[in-house]
Each structure stands twice: as structure tokens, then as C-alpha cells.
Design a protein around this ligand. Structure first.
Ligand SMILES: [Mn+2]
Length: 424
């Protein structure tokens, strides 16, 4: 049940007058408003195939209705989001949860919805039915060479699926680590992991990137073998020019200065991918911008500053993706909220007066520097984001259209009240 463009236009025409008033108000204060809107239109955030169903915790899962039952339906769901916001034009697949049995059919279906294939994700953090060897004690780090071999081969298989779909990146996140002191020799675990990654790296096509994602803890609670940005950075530096660090906002210890991490990785040319979410305590996977919006702004501020310093294209220089889980909300509504929060914050970061900020920094004028950042953060950029959507044929208010059109009710009618999305 795709949402037709004329339906979106009907809703927009009702809101047009109020929107125009709000847009004119903010546009009057911005020097380069057209340049900012162009950047907002170009910016696309990939949706992961595992975020379309209800998530859960180890204590329970409370599924909603109408969840996608297969890869085709996941693509349809992302197509719905993209039809409403024109800012979610890519899908990130997870293997083996979403193996494309017929790649050309899947590729064509995605193209119908205006979607591309973003980074492919491998999975060596759980055992699959019928799998020969277990990852209980790690995958690429495992003391048993045969286990490492199995995990390497899986990653190479994921690359092959990605090639068929037109993806250009592999994201590796490892649960590898240890739960108790003494369980692991840190140095040997690093060496085994590096050697395994080198094999995977050598299987990458010339135009591909490898993203190495780090995470401080969970599922292992004593050590993680790719536990922080320094460790990821060490691996990717050793691997070569096609290897990059991936930053997931929820994968840091509390109060880590993520904006500084982002800035330095960009300086070194090693920030490749980005996973958006928000958190209060750990890897909470909450809606982007729902808990710490100022932190998100400071991160975007460094992203924009760092990409501009390198002459990078904001839309394509880094792989942007949401990585969240939806325990209580309708996943599609949550994703619409997350993309909106990303666009609002990106727009705020584009408003920062960089010349004056640099002057203030050079004069040690701390107060002015802070004022400049907070001036941008306190600007209501929603009308700018809405204008970008309007010009790209999306809805002025995506969530309102989603609800008025009773999308979830229709999905439940079509798919049933008790479906379970694969992989969750
Ligand atoms: Mn992630």
C-alpha cells in the first residue's frame, strides 16, 4: 500500500499557508538559505532492515501488528518512510537475517521505491541454525582457527551478496571480547582479529569500504576486542585505505566526548560510517535526539566543520544510518521521528557562524564561542527541514500523513496482527 504522491500533495496544500509563514520568518534571518535547503534535500539517512519490527530486551518482547514478514515487505516499509520524507533513500541489510534470494528482483523492487543499498552488515555475534562451529567464545578473535575461518568466510559471503545488490560497504561489528579477567590474552585476541580482518579486507572490491564498528561493552562485560575508537582506529590504520571506523552513538561509556572523537577521526580521514540513536545509560537504541539533543548538535557541528575542512560532500562522504530498536513505539513512526531529528540538527549545525567562532577561538573568547553554538542550537529549524521536504515532493508533516492514512492499521489488515519481523 504505497502512499501516492497526490495524497501527499493534498495534505501539503492544507498546511501550505502556515508553513510559508514559518519558513519566511526563519529565511529572513539566514544569509544562504538556498544553499542550506539544497544540502538538506541531498542528505539521506539509511534505514536498517532490522529496525522495522518491534525490538525487545532479554526480558521480553511485545510485538506490534503488521510487521514485515520478509525482505520484500521490509523494502516496502522503507519505501513508505521515504515517500513521506524523501530523506530515507537507502536500506542497510543484515546477513543472514535478510538474505536476498533473488538479487535482481530485490534490487528492482528497491529501485521502484527510490532506494539504494547502503552498507551490508555481517553477523558473527550469534550462532545460526545448522552452523558448524560456535561463536560462544568469539568469532574473528577465536583461539580456534577453524572458528575464525568460518567467520571470515561469512563476511566474504556478505560482500558477495552486497556486490549483487550494488552496495559499496561492509560493516563489521564484533561481539568478541571476554566476560572475566584472565579469560583472554588481549594481545593475541587483537592479533587474531587483525589477521581475520586482513583476509576480509583483501576480499573487498576496489570501490568498497570496510567499516569497523566499536562498542564499549555488551554482550561481553569485562573486555571488548574492538571496544573503543582507539582500538578501531588502530585496526583500520593497519588494514589500509579502504578501512574506516564507524561511530555508533550508543556504543560509548557514559559522558564520553563523542564530538571530539568524531572531529579527530575526520581529521585523520578515518571516519567512514555513522549510526544514529540516542541513549540515557548505554546502548539504549532510543529515538535520535530524544534524550540528549544538545550532544547531537555538538556532534553534527563537528561533522560539518570537519567535512568542510576536508572538502567532503556532506551527503556522500560518510555512510549515514539509523541503528535503533523500538520496544514500545510503532517502528515506522519512530524512524520518521529519528530522521526528522537528524535533519533538524544537521540544519542547526549548518547555521553555525564559523568565521566568528574561529575568531572567538583565536581570541580565547569563551563566552562568544559558546554563544555562537547556542545561537544555532536554539534556532527552530523545523520550517527549513519542512521546506526541503516540500521541494523534494515529500510531506510537510510526515507523521501526520502516516496517521491520517492509517498506515499501520492497513499493514495489520494485510499482514496480520501477529507477524514477527525476521532477525529480532
Ligand atoms: Mn550500530
Amino acid at each position: 500500500m504505497p502512499i501516492e504522491k497526490y495524497i501527499v500533495d493534498q495534505y501539503n496544500s492544507e498546511l501550505q499557508k502556515d508553513h510559508q509563514r514559518r519558513f519566511d520568518f526563519i529565511a529572513a534571518d539566514i544569509k544562504n538559505v538556498e544553499g542550506i535547503i539544497e544540502k538538506l534535500i541531498a542528505f539521506q539517512v539509511a534505514i536498517p532492515s532490522w529496525a522495522l519490527g518491534t525490538g525487545g530486551t532479554r526480558f521480553g518482547r511485545f510485538p506490534g501488528g503488521g510487521e514485515p514478514r520478509n525482505l520484500e515487505e521490509k523494502i516496502e516499509d522503507i519505501g513508505l518512510i521515504h515517500a513521506l520524507n524523501q530523506a530515507s533513500g537507502a536500506i542497510s541489510l543484515h546477513i543472514p537475517w535478510d538474505i536476498p534470494e533473488n538479487a535482481s528482483h530485490i534490487k528492482a523492487l528497491a529501485a521502484q521505491h527510490g532506494l539504494k543499498f547502503d552498507a551490508m552488515n555481517s553477523n558473527t555475534f550469534q550462532d545460526q541454525p545448522g552452523q558448524q562451529l560456535s561463536y560462544k567464545y568469539g568469532s574473528l578473535q577465536n583461539v580456534n582457527k577453524a572458528v575464525r575461518r568460518q567467520a571470515i568466510d561469512h563476511n566474504i559471503e556478505v560482500i558477495k551478496y552486497g556486490i549483487e545488490l550494488g552496495s559499496e560497504a561492509l560493516t563489521v561489528w564484533l561481539a568478541d571480547g571476554s566476560c572475566f579477567p584472565g579469560q583472554l590474552n588481549f594481545r593475541k585476541a587483537f592479533q587474531n582479529t587483525l589477521e581475520s580482518l586482513e583476509e576480509i579486507y583483501s576480499a573487498l572490491p576496489a570501490d568498497w569500504k570496510l567499516f569497523l564498528e566499536y562498542k564499549a561493552f555488551e554482550p561481553n562485560f569485562y573486555s571488548t576486542t574492538v571496544g573503543d575508537w582507539g582500538q578501531s582506529f588502530t585496526y583500520v590504520n593497519k588494514l589500509g585505505p579502504k578501512a574506516f571506523t564507524l561511530v555508533d552513538l550508543g556504543h560509548h561509556l557514559p559522558n564520553a566526548n563523542i564530538e571530539q572523537i568524531v572531529s579527530l577521526l575526520l581529521m585523520e580521514g578515518k571516519l567512514g560510517g555513522f549510526h544514529f540513536n540516542d541513549s540515557k545509560y548505554g546502548d539504549d537504541d532510543l529515538t535520535v535526539g530524544s534524550i540528549k539533543p544538545y550532544q547531537l548538535f555538538l556532534i553534527f557541528n563537528e561533522l560539518v566543520e570537519g567535512m568542510d575542512a576536508k572538502g567532503m560532500n556532506h551527503a556522500h562522504g560518510i555512510g549515514w544510518m539509523i541503528d535503533a530498536s523500538h520496544n514500545v513505539k510503532d517502528p515506522l513512526e519512530d524512524l520518521l521521528q529519528s530522521v526528522e531529528a537528524i535533519m533538524i540538527t544537521y540544519a542547526q549545525a549548518l547555521l553555525v557562524d564559523r568565521t566568528t567562532l574561529q575568531e572567538a577561538q583565536n581570541n580565547n573568547d569563551t563566552v562568544t564561542a559558546q554563544e555562537i553554538l547556542q545561537q544555532a542550537f536554539r534556532t527552530d529549524t523545523r520550517a527549513l527541514v519542512a521546506e526541503a521536504r516540500l521541494r523534494s515532493g515529500a510531506a510537510l508533516n510526515p507523521l501526520a500523513v502516516y496517521r491520517s492514512e492509517k498506515v499501520r492499521e492497513n499493514l495489520i489488515k494485510k499482514r496480520g496482527a501477529k507477524t514477527v519481523a525476521t532477525g529480532l
